[in-house]
Design a protein around this ligand. Structure first.
Ligand SMILES: [Zn+2]
Length: 68
């Protein structure tokens, strides 16, 4: 999976507006320690209720089986 660099540059954490880092199947906000799942390879899910705590994502090796 890879989001286009241009997209990654304009995306921001919905909570703190900080920069996001792509990691496995997630976009990570290091500041909030939150992992937003990326669905179907290229659709970031920024709903806070869908977001995972960073630790949980790390335990899952930054993989999920969520679908749109
Ligand atoms: Zn954040």
């Amino acid at each position: 999976m890879a989001l286009p660099k241009e997209l990654l540059e304009v995306l921001a954490c919905p909570k703190c507006k900080g920069k996001l880092v792509e990691k496995g199947m997630f976009l990570i906000c290091k500041k909030c320690k939150i992992a937003y799942p990326v669905l179907d390879g290229d659709v970031p899910d920024f709903l806070l209720e869908d977001a995972w705590p960073l630790e949980k994502a790390r335990r899952s090796k930054f993989k999920h089986n969520l679908k749109l």
